[in-house]
Design a protein around this ligand. Structure first.
Ligand SMILES: C[S@@+](CC[C@H](N)C(=O)[O-])C[C@H]1O[C@@H](n2cnc3c(N)ncnc32)[C@H](O)[C@@H]1O
Length: 283
C-alpha cells in the first residue's frame, strides 16, 4: 500500500507498454502542471477525466521499469484536481486502479467507472454538468486502437469548459484504413471519425502519409469546431500534434488537443514546442 502511488512494482496489475509511453505521458504531465498552476486560483472546481485509464501503472517492456499511468500522474500532481473521473473496460484494471487510488489523500475525489467508455460517458457528463457553470475540466482520451468513438467526444464537448487531449492512432489508421475503405458496412474507422468523410480523403491522398494525416486531423478538428472549439489549425508542417514513434521509428500516434479557450490553446502550443528531452520538436 505504501508504494501504490509510486512508480514501483506493487504486485497489482500493470499494463505492458513500450518505452514511448513515457513521451506521451510527459506531454500530459506538462499540460496538467501548466493547467493546474494557472487555473487553480481561478476555478474552484477542476475535474480530470480519463476514460481509458488503464490500471494506473505501466511496465516498460524494454527495461522492466514501472511508470505511473495517466490517472495516477493526475492524482499525484503538485496541485490536485478537485474531481477525478476514471473509466476502463477491464474490471481487472479498474480494481487495481481503485486499490492504488485508495492510498491517496484525495481518494474521496475519485470516481471509478468500470465498463465501455462510449456508454459510460453519458453518466459522467451528467455528473459533470451539475457544476457546468463553475468548473474547468480536462479529459485525456487514450485508446489502444479505435475504441474511442466520435460520439463520445461529441458528448464530452457539450460540457461548457473541457480541454481534450486525444490519442490520434496514426499507426493504427495506416494499417486499418485500406481494409475499412473496402467495407460497405460501418467500420471502426467510421465510428472513430463519426462519419465517412475520411474515405474521400483517403481515396484522394493515400500513399502520402504525412499529408493524409494532416488532412484527416484537420477534418477531425473541423468537426470539433462545429462543437464549439475554435479553429486552431496551423499551416506549418509541424502542427500542434506531436507524433510519437516506436523504437523502429515507425509512427504510432499523435496527441491532438482542443480547448475552447485561447489560454488552453496557448498552453498546449507552449508545451508542444519542446519534446521530452527539452529539444525543439521536429515533427
Ligand atoms: C492505452 S491504454 C491507457 C493507458 C493509460 N492512459 C496510461 O497512461 O497508463 C488504453 C486502455 O483503454 C482500455 N479500453 C479499451 N477499450 C475501452 C473502452 N471501450 N472503454 C473503456 N476503456 C477501454 C484498455 O483496457 C486499456 O487499459
Amino acid at each position: 500500500m505504501q508504494n501504490y502511488l509510486k512508480p514501483e512494482d506493487d504486485l497489482l496489475t500493470t499494463r505492458s507498454a513500450g518505452e514511448w509511453a513515457a513521451i506521451k505521458l510527459d506531454y500530459l504531465v506538462r499540460y496538467i502542471n501548466v493547467f493546474e498552476t494557472a487555473m487553480r486560483g481561478k476555478w474552484s472546481i477542476r475535474n480530470y477525466i480519463d476514460l481509458m485509464a488503464g490500471p494506473g501503472k505501466n511496465r516498460i517492456r524494454e527495461t522492466d521499469a514501472v511508470l505511473l499511468g495517466s490517472p495516477l500522474l493526475a492524482l499525484t500532481t503538485k496541485y490536485a484536481f478537485t474531481g477525478y473521473f476514471f473509466a476502463d473496460l477491464s474490471d481487472e484494471n479498474t480494481t487495481a486502479l481503485d486499490k492504488r487510488c485508495s492510498a491517496s489523500p484525495f481518494y474521496d475525489r475519485v470516481h471509478i467507472h468500470p465498463g465501455d467508455c462510449n456508454e459510460i460517458v453519458r453518466e459522467i457528463v451528467v455528473q459533470l454538468k451539475r457544476d457546468d457553470r463553475n468548473s474547468l475540466n480536462l479529459a485525456f482520451l487514450d485508446p489502444e486502437g479505435f475504441e474511442l468513438e466520435w460520439q463520445t467526444i461529441a458528448q464530452l464537448a457539450t460540457i461548457r469548459r473541457i480541454d481534450l487531449i486525444i490519442n490520434y492512432p496514426q499507426g493504427g489508421l495506416n494499417r486499418q484504413m485500406a481494409l475499412s475503405f473496402q467495407s460497405n458496412e460501418e467500420t471502426i474507422v467510421d465510428r472513430f471519425f463519426g462519419d465517412t468523410e475520411w474515405r474521400k480523403i483517403f481515396a484522394k491522398h493515400h500513399g502520402k502519409e504525412n499529408f493524409v494525416h494532416r488532412q484527416l486531423m484537420d477534418h477531425y478538428k473541423q468537426k470539433l469546431q462545429r462543437l464549439g472549439y475554435p479553429d486552431v489549425r496551423r499551416d506549418d508542417e509541424t502542427g500542434d500534434e506531436p507524433l510519437i514513434r516506436n523504437s523502429k521509428n515507425a509512427p504510432l500516434y499523435r496527441l491532438l488537443f482542443a480547448s475552447k479557450s485561447k489560454l488552453g490553446n496557448d498552453f498546449w502550443q507552449k508545451i508542444t514546442r519542446r519534446d521530452v528531452s527539452g529539444q525543439t520538436r521536429l515533427f
